[in-house]
Design a protein around this ligand. Structure first.
Ligand code: NAD
Ligand code: GLY
Length: 357
């Protein structure tokens, strides 16, 4: 078992990572709360696969368990589902001395966490993430929220969980496309913070990685925990997590959400940007080739057909833009990211294809 403490004063908590943890979830939850009733929020897919096992594990500790399930998919991370969750929490008689568990991928974590943050002005909650994205990223750091018709994650809050319980074995049922999607973010951690992780990913592949998830998740969560501790409100160093995301979001938007997954957009964004910053002498020579080959190994794109002119309109609404200023994340070398503050008018120098001006 691996544990990481995230030190945020009164909002501190532990992340526990262990194969098979799901069946012992009751013991972990009992260490966090003496409450009697738990509302487990999940989506149809995760509830169908693992809902009974989690309920059984929690009942061993004599909890009353109320399962609240909504349909799987990003389109349900919306205000309408949130209102339904409030109603079901109310019907279940959940009070502020009870606990909510968000059990699923990033959609469940964001939506269930936002319901926890806002129902009765805040009910404590625990994250039990079940996708790679959720296990290495979204369950840690307290960003919760929903999408609005005007944009992704536009309504939300910072609301830290009381604990994060990660069972890497749950990843075995994840469809391959979601594995690759998550690998985009895992490779990102290697790039910005952890050369040993990057080198491990160079040695592994789609098959052999399954023996290493505990270590990989621990390395990613440690990187994220340290960044969140130093910048919980995402005003400085935490922005490092956005490496590849400026171009990545533009790719997702330009092709219509759903054509490229988030991880695929980020992968192409990291590769395209690093090729350019290497040519500009800002990134150590050879970085781009190593990055491209590790991305390809996990079936991730390193370029897209859209031109820089096609992508550019989708960047201007990027939330990393503040007034005329923005921060781009680039690599000094593998394992070392850096924040590069820019004026918006300088952005086209970076958002272009290698070799073009
Ligand atoms: P998701 O929650 O939609 O999960 C992807 C699919 O996998 C769903 O259909 C889900 O039902 C299914 N699934 C989940 N676990 C499974 C398992 N173990 N086996 C089989 N199927 C399983 O999406 P995601 O990729 O986990 O997360 C994406 C969301 O996370 C986005 O909404 C994004 O905005 C958010 N996000 C938030 C943060 C944050 O810091 N809060 C960070 C990154 C991403
Ligand atoms: N996923 C980015 C963050 O938590 O800041």
């Amino acid at each position: 078992m691996k544990s990481i403490h995230i030190d945020l004063g009164k909002d501190s908590y532990d992340i526990h990572i262990e194969n098979g943890l799901l069946d012992r979830a009751g013991e972990y939850v009992r260490n966090l709360t003496k409450s009697q009733t738990l509302a487990v929020i999940s989506d149809t897919t995760v509830d169908g696969l693992y809902g009974d096992r989690l309920e059984q594990a929690l009942r061993k500790e004599h909890y009353n368990v109320r399962r609240i399930v909504f349909p799987a998919g990003e389109k349900y991370k919306c205000a309408e589902t949130l209102l339904q969750l409030y109603q079901e929490l109310s019907d279940a008689g959940i009070t502020r001395s009870d606990y909510i568990i968000a059990f699923g991928g990033g959609v469940v974590g964001d939506l269930g966490g936002f319901a926890a943050a806002t129902f009765l002005r805040g009910v404590p909650f625990i994250q039990i993430p079940t996708t790679i994205i959720a296990q290495v990223d979204s369950s840690v750091g307290g960003k919760v929220g929903i999408d609005l018709p005007s944009g992704k994650n536009q309504a939300g809050s910072f609301y830290q969980p009381k604990g994060v319980l990660i069972d890497p074995e749950l990843l075995r049922t994840l469809p391959l496309r979601f594995i690759h999607d998550g690998m985009g973010e895992v490779i990102k951690y290697g790039c910005i913070h952890d050369i040993a992780l990057f080198e491990l990913l160079e040695r592994l592949d789609d098959e052999t990685i399954f023996g290493h998830w505990e270590e990989i998740i621990e390395r990613c969560c440690s990187s994220k925990a340290r960044l969140v501790e130093r910048d919980v409100l995402d005003l400085g160093e935490r922005m490092m997590l956005n490496f590849g995301h400026t171009i990545g979001h533009a790719i997702e938007g330009c092709y219509g959400y759903g054509y490229y997954t988030h991880g695929e957009g980020v992968a192409a964004g990291m590769a395209m940007l690093t090729a350019v910053t290497e040519d500009m002498g800002l990134t150590k020579a050879g970085t781009s080739d190593r990055l491209r080959s590790v991305l390809k190994k996990y079936s991730l794109p390193v370029d897209v057909a859209a031109s820089a002119d096609d992508l550019f309109p989708y960047i201007s609404n990027d939330k990393k833009m503040r007034g005329n200023n923005m921060t781009l994340i680039i690599l000094k070398e593998l394992g070392q990211g850096r924040l590069l503050p820019l004026k918006a008018e300088d952005l086209p120098k970076y958002i272009r294809k290698r070799g073009s001006k």
